[in-house]
Design a protein around this ligand. Structure first.
Ligand SMILES: Cc1ncc(COP(=O)(O)O)c(C=O)c1O
Length: 392
C-alpha cells in the first residue's frame, strides 16, 4: 500500500519503544540553520543559503549527461575513478608530490568528514572544533562515540586562537578541526597560525582535520593548505562550492596512503562507490576550471565589498571584510541573543542565520551569505538597517 509521508495524517513517527532508535542519533541535535526558513514569508530575501547561486560549468553538465547516456550508470571503484583521482592530485600538486593514491572521491564533503571521524575517532576521544564553526563537526565526533570541545576563533580576523587551543588539549585529544576559508566567518588561515597548528600537531601527536571546501574562494592573500602536511593532516575538499553543484554530492579527501587505506575501507561500507556519471562530469570540467573560478571570485568579491560596506554603515554593526568563502559574519552591539534577532529579521522579510547556530563563541553575530545577487543584498541590507535602527 502506498502511504504518502507528505500527508501529516499518514506520517508514522518513530516510536522509541518499538523502533529502538539508537541513543547515538537521538542525542544529536538537528542543525539550527534551517529553522529560520519556517518563520519567513515567501517573498523574503534569503541570505541564509550556503550554496553558490551561479550556474555550474557547462562542461560538467555535458560530461555527466554524456556519461549517463553512454551507460556509465553502474557501481564504480570505491575510491572513485582513477582518472578523476589523478586529475584532482594534479590540480593540487602545488602543495606537494600528490598522487591519485592520495585522493579519494567521496559522496560529498559532508560524508568525507563523517568517514574521517568514523575512521579516526574512538569512544573516549575528544575532538577540538572551531567556534564559531560549521555545524556538523561536533555531532560527527559524538556519532563516533567521542566528545568535542569548542575552541575560540579570534574576533575580527577569525583565526584559531592558539592559546585557547593549547589550554583545551587533554590526554584524550585526538583531532583538531580547522576550516579555511571558514564557514561561517569567511576567515582565511594566516601563515603564523598555520605554523603554530602544525607545531601542536607534531608536538602532541594530534591529527589535523582540515576542511578546505571553500579554497577556490579567496579574495585577498592566499589559501594555505594542509595538503603538504599529510604526515599529520587529513584534508577534506569538494566540488559542491567549487562548481556550484551542491545537489550532485561530490567531494574528496586528501590523505597519506596509509590513512587512505582505512578511509577506502570505510567508504566501501558507507556507499560502495561514489556517483559515476557525476564523476565524469567533474572530470570534464576540472582541468580547465580556472576561468570559471576567476569569474566566480570576481562576482563574489564585488558582493563581499557591497555587503561589508552596507553593514559598516549601520550604527552598532561592524565587520572586517572577510577574505574568503561567501559569508559575512558581522558583530552587533544590541543586548539581544542572535537567535532572537534573526527571528525578528525573518519576520521582517530577511533570512539569515544566528551566530549561536555555529557554537557558543558565535553569539552576538549574524551570518549573511552573499551567494545572492546585488539587488537582493541591497534589499536585505535595507531591512537590516531598518530593524537594527528600530531596536536601538
Ligand atoms: C565548511 C564546510 N564544510 C563542508 C561542507 C559540506 O559541503 P558538501 O557536503 O556539499 O560537500 C560545507 C557545506 O556547507 C561547509 O560549509
Amino acid at each position: 500500500m502506498f502511504v504518502s509521508y507528505t500527508n501529516p495524517k499518514n506520517r508514522m513517527l518513530p516510536n522509541r519503544d518499538t523502533m529502538k532508535i539508537s541513543r547515538r542519533i537521538s542525542e544529536v541535535p538537528m542543525s539550527g540553520i534551517r529553522k529560520m526558513f519556517d518563520l519567513a514569508g515567501p517573498d523574503s530575501i534569503n541570505l541564509g543559503l550556503g550554496e553558490p547561486d551561479l550556474a555550474p560549468p557547462s562542461e560538467a553538465i555535458e560530461g555527466m549527461n554524456r556519461a549517463a547516456s553512454a551507460g556509465l550508470n553502474k557501481y564504480g571503484p570505491t575510491a572513485g575513478i582513477p582518472e578523476l583521482r589523478d586529475a584532482v592530485a594534479k590540480r593540487y600538486s602545488m602543495y606537494g608530490d600528490l598522487k591519485g593514491s592520495n585522493i579519494m572521491i567521496t559522496p560529498s564533503g559532508s560524508s568525507a568528514l563523517l568517514e574521517i571521524t568514523q575512521s579516526m575517532v574512538d569512544p573516549g576521544d575528544d575532538v577540538l572544533i572551531p567556534s564559531p564553526g560549521f555545524v556538523i563537526y561536533g555531532p560527527h565526533a559524538q556519532l563516533a562515540g567521542g566528545s568535542y570541545t569548542e575552541y575560540r576563533l579570534t574576533e575580527g580576523d577569525f583565526q584559531p586562537d592558539i592559546d585557547d587551543i593549547q589550554s583545551k588539549i587533554k590526554p584524550n585529544t585526538k583531532m583538531i578541526v580547522v576550516t579555511t576559508p571558514s564557514n561561517p566567518t569567511g576567515g582565511v588561515l594566516d601563515e603564523q597560525t598555520y605554523k603554530a597548528l602544525c607545531d601542536i600537531a607534531a608536538d602532541k601527536d594530534i591529527t589535523i582535520l582540515s576542511d578546505e571546501v571553500y579554497d577556490s574562494f579567496v579574495y585577498e592573500g592566499k589559501h594555505i593548505s594542509f595538503m603538504n602536511q599529510l604526515d599529520k593532516a587529513v584534508v577534506v575538499n569538494g566540488f559542491s562550492k567549487m562548481m556550484a553543484v551542491t545537489g550532485w554530492r561530490m567531494g574528496f579527501i586528501c590523505a597519506n596512503e596509509e590513512v587512505m587505506e582505512s578511509l577506502i575501507r570505510m567508504q566501501y561500507h558507507v556507499c560502495a562507490s561514489p556517483n559515476m556519471p557525476a564523476q565524469y562530469g567533474i572530470l570534464e570540467a576540472l582541468p580547465n576550471i580556472e576561468p570559471y573560478l576567476e569569474n566566480a571570485r570576481s562576482v563574489f568579491k564585488a558582493r563581499r565589498d557591497l555587503i561589508s560596506k552596507r553593514i559598516n554603515e549601520i550604527p552598532g554593526m561592524s565587520i572586517i571584510p572577510p577574505k574568503g568563502a561567501f559569508y559575512a559574519f558581522p558583530s552587533y552591539d544590541l543586548d539581544m541573543p542572535s537567535a532572537e534577532l534573526a527571528n525578528e529579521l525573518a519576520r521582517n522579510g530577511l533570512i539569515c542565520t544566528p551566530g549561536s547556530a555555529f557554537g557558543k563563541y558565535g553569539e552576538n553575530h549574524l551570518r549573511f551569505s552573499y551567494a545572492a545577487d546585488e539587488k537582493k543584498i541591497e534589499e536585505g541590507m535595507n531591512i537590516l538597517e531598518k530593524v537594527i535602527g528600530r531596536l536601538r
